[in-house]
Design a protein around this ligand. Structure first.
Ligand SMILES: Cc1ncc(COP(=O)(O)O)c(C=O)c1O
Length: 482
């Protein structure tokens, strides 16, 4: 007889896996949302503000017109034969849709494609990477995926053999990495970012953690660099040092570099450099260095996270390893075609001189400028609240304020078996309707507590969110003052 299915008999790797951004606080928020729908007025607030997740269009961010025109035409090729289409869609969108459709089997977005994605779209992505970095890129190295997340899972699946295989991750890190390491049964080897230097990295810390892991018999298989940082919001300036350090180490390694926020940079003194550009400019070629870079249509100024598009660029692996990766990709058949098209569009947007260019630039700039203003306003406001300190958001879509909690609050949390930041976030939600992700879901230096907020709420709402938050915080601190 089959073993009964109960929590006790489930795969322990699943039970160990935690995904904080959709964890306890987010689940409770969904219940409160339903309650508000059923019984308006039954809670001390009348809306739930989902500041826990980088979901741009849920905050009203408009999609880029050119991208959506191309998608609409690809989904409805019959429109291309109609006279009125010429007045409804830009000529660029029509030309691009025709070009894309010519590359899709059966000219149908409902058809399966090659497991790495449509070759013509991969060519465009490779050309986009090459022109961004100034170094060649190859369509055969591109794997199109449903967002960056499945690419990360695929790499974890490929690399992790057992719990002695380690993946080095920044702490704090985006929960996808800890969750996928847990699901695949590996060990997370932390390296701590330094909050006091704006979430910078001391290379001695990386070395120390690496040696420590090795002394425990862990084989470090890969290093994750998240640039710009999530949840930390820094634009990494330590990639040269990391490359220099790792190139003299003699272990098998690859680098996962999720760069899903490559467009989201809000400071003028730093710019996005892909890891590939850095290692190539330092003279390392594909053979010296195994590098996997992830990009996604979810973030940037396009914010198309529900469309699930992305790619990974895989360099430096032997043909036989690549064949195994292709096999894993082929088990999923292919990623969705809409996401594939979007990934090609974000890597090959309208250029100067194109009919759509002016509108595209206006839309893009207004979103990025607004995000920069929101980041600045939120960081400024948090730093003006007693008991809170917050590093600048240089990039990505988050800020990670540190809450300096009194001992009594920590004890009250422990009495109900909760981490102090979870205890605080739960109380914040119940009192104000503001949903945040507690820092313990990303990892943090022991004894420090944080909250991750997205900077995405519309500008006109930020003052009221901050004042609701401030009022809550002051009451909380007064209740637990030591
Ligand atoms: C660093 C990082 N990597 C990967 C992802 C995954 O995003 P998606 O699967 O939507 O592309 C995210 C999303 O927030 C992220 O912040």
């Amino acid at each position: 007889m089959a073993t009964s299915v109960s929590v006790e008999t489930l795969n322990p790797k699943v039970l160990r896996c935690e995904y904080a951004v959709r964890g306890e606080i987010a689940i409770h928020a969904q219940h409160l949302l339903q309650q508000l729908e059923r019984q308006p007025g039954s809670l001390p607030f009348d809306e739930i503000l989902f500041c826990n997740i980088g979901n741009p269009q849920s905050f009203g961010q408009k999609p880029i017109t050119f991208f959506r025109e191309v998608l609409a035409l690809c989904d409805h090729p019959n429109l291309l034969d109609r006279e009125e289409t010429k007045s409804l869609f830009s000529t660029d969108a029509i030309t691009r849709a025709k070009k894309i459709l010519a590359q899709i089997p059966g000219r149908a977005t409902g058809a399966y494609s090659h497991s790495q994605g449509i070759k013509g779209l991969r060519d465009e992505i490779a050309a986009g990477i090459a022109s961004r970095d100034g170094f060649p890129a190859n369509a055969d190295d591109i794997f199109l995926t449903n967002g960056a997340s499945p690419g990360v899972h695929m790499m974890m699946q490929l690399l992790i053999r057992n719990d002695r295989d380690g993946i080095m991750c920044p702490i704090p890190q985006y929960s996808l990495y800890s969750a996928s390491i847990a699901l695949h049964g590996g060990a997370l080897v932390p390296y701590y970012l330094d909050e006091s230097s704006g979430w910078g990295l001391e290379i001695s810390e990386l070395k120390k953690q690496l040696e420590d892991a090795r002394s425990k018999g862990i084989a470090v298989r890969a290093l994750v660099v998240i640039n710009p940082g999530n949840p930390t919001g820094q634009v990494c300036s330590y990639m040269y040092d990391v490359t220099r350090e790792l190139s003299i180490s003699s272990f098998f390694w690859g680098v996962h570099q999720p760069q899903v926020y490559q467009e989201n940079i809000y400071v003028t003194n730093k710019k996005f450099n892909s890891f590939k550009k850095i290692v190539r400019s330092m003279g390392y070629n594909g053979v010296d260095l195994r590098l996997v870079s992830f990009q996604s249509v979810s973030k940037g100024y396009y914010g198309e996270c529900g469309k699930r598009g992305g790619y990974m660029e895989v360099t430096g692996f032997s043909t036989t390893v690549r064949e195994q990766l292709y096999k894993i990709a082929s088990v999923n058949l292919c990623s969705n075609i809409t996401g594939q098209i979007l990934a090609s569009l974000v890597m090959n947007p309208p250029k100067a001189g194109d009919a759509s260019y002016d509108l595209y630039e206006v839309e893009k700039d207004s979103i990025l400028e607004s995000l920069a203003r929101r980041a600045k306003a939120m960081v400024f406001a948090f730093n003006g609240i007693d008991g809170i300190t917050c590093n600048k958001t240089e990039g990505a879509m988050y800020l990670l304020p540190r809450i300096h909690l009194p001992q009594k609050a920590i004890e009250a949390a422990s009495a109900v078996n909760k981490a102090p930041d979870v205890f605080y976030a739960r109380r914040l939600l119940d009192t104000t309707g503001i949903v945040v992700t507690p820092g313990s879901g990303f990892g943090q230096v022991a004894g420090t507590w944080h909250l991750r907020f997205t900077i995405l709420p519309p500008e006109e709402k930020i003052p009221s969110i901050i004042s609701r938050f401030r009022e809550f915080h002051e009451e909380f601190m007064a209740q637990y003052r030591d």
